[in-house]
Structures are given as C-alpha cells and as structure tokens.
Write a protein that binds this ligand. Sequence first.
Ligand code: NAD
Length: 257
Amino acid sequence: MTLNGKRAIVTGSNSGIGLGVAVELAKAGADVVLNSFTNDDSDHALAATLSAEYGVDVTYVQADMSKGRECRALIETAGGCDILVNNAGIQFVSPVEDFPEDRWDAIIAINLSSAFHTTAAALPAMREKGWGRIVNIASAHGLTASPYKSAYVAAKHGVIGLTKTIGLETAGQGVTCNAICPGYVLTPIVEKQIPDQMAVHNMSREDVIAKVMLQRQPSGEFATVEQMGGTAVFLCSDAAAQITGTSISVDGGWTAL
Ligand code: NAD
C-alpha cells in the first residue's frame, strides 16, 4: 500500500512501539515527524537515518506530551498531519494508597490528555481535506485491569473512550479514529519493569518473562513493534476506511481469556 504524500506525526517515537510504527509508515511511503521530550543529537540523527533508508521526509520535533500547549504546538510546528499516532506513554506501578500524586498526574497527562490535545489540534485540517487517520496506542490494559497499575489502566480505558467519541465525531467525514491494544511488547517500558518484578517475586529474568508477564499472554510470545506498525499501516489503508471508533487487540489472546 502507498501512503505517498501523507504526513504522519507519531508522538513518543524515538524508541519502542512509536519508532516501530514510524518505520512501518515510512516504509509505506509516508513522510514522518518523530517526537519525544528530548532534543538530543541522536534524535535528529535517527530522523536522518530513517529518511535516507526509506526515501521519505523524516524530521524530529521536540515537544513534551505532558504539557497541553506543547502537544498542540507539535501539530502546528509539523505543519499539520494526515496521520496522527498518539503513542507517547509512561508506566508506574504501586498500590493505590501509596501511588504518588505526581506519577498519577504525569500518567494521565502523557498517556491520555496528550491525545485529546493533539487530536483537537490536528482534526480541523483533516476534516478540510476529507481524509485523516488517528491511531491511538492504547493497551490490553485499556480493556482489562491489573493490580497496582491504577493510573495506567485508568488512562488506557480513557483512551478507548476518547477513541470511540472521536470516531463518532468524525464519522462520514473521511477521517477515522481507532485504537491499537498491544499486549506485552519487549520495549524499554517493559525492560524497566523486569528488575522490579524479579525482586518482588524473587525470580530469574527468564521466569519473570515466562511466568509473570507472558502468563497473561496465551501465545506465550511477546508481540513486536513491527506488528504494531503493520496494524497502524492497515488502519491507514482504504480497506480500513469503515473501521472507526473501535480497537484492535494485538495481544496474543490476552483479552480473549
Ligand atoms: P517506550 O518507553 O519504549 O516508549 C515510550 C515513548 O514515549 C518514548 O519514545 C519516550 O521518549 C516517549 N515519551 C515519554 N514521555 C514523553 C513525554 N513527556 N513527551 C513526549 N514523549 C514522551 O515504551 P513503549 O513500550 O514503546 O510504549 C509506547 C506506547 O505503547 C505507550 O503508550 C505504552 O503505554 C503502549 N503500550 C506498550 C506495551 C508494551 O508492552 N511495551 C503494551 C501496551 C501498550
């Protein structure tokens, strides 16, 4: 499929799933705007590498997705977009009574409110063109819960609610809004959880992966960033033009349990 001439903005895309989605969109021919809150030489070098590799325009725009004004400025600085992928996200694990307020606020801001701000800023131009794709990276935790992840689960359920609402507000206008719900994907956000889980459960790395993380994932395998990217490309295709306001699970069967 070709996304030639389309501009995609992927929030939180200097690593993990965001980067995987950016790569698949670039392979499909889209120009891509990468983003994170950092402004390192390596961020701009990454954009240059992808541009050279896939023959599309790739730039990097710094913006902190915890701040509404910066979310909106990202869309403006990029010159608008045809494809918006709301992917930036963080995690924190704690019983609710000890959950630090600042971690709750940061998770709600980055994982949920940023998608509200970017969508509000990007939508008018999509409507005007009569074509647009909004893809929200939610989670299996947008559909089910786990203990000690109150903020994350609340934010991801919120993303699913936002997705349904935007799907309705854009129906019949050439714009779709959908969520992808990954199960466990071995990215830095997951890597960071492994030492904590090893300590909590007094288990080896291998046992934490097999018996704690992938225990919820019937396939027994991590999903991959390439699979998330491929699903996003599909949602941008003509075949998906009537898919809107819904979510696609890429979770090895987790939410079928
Ligand atoms: P990751 O830590 O590799 O990537 C997160 C990205 O968000 C990074 O690029 C980071 O720089 C960026 N980011 C963090 N705070 C930001 C901020 N304030 N402003 C801008 N960018 C910011 O993690 P990942 O696994 O690739 O996660 C990507 C998304 O996928 C998240 O929304 C996460 O909740 C979701 N997800 C991940 C998994 C998984 O198993 N890895 C499962 C389900 C959902």
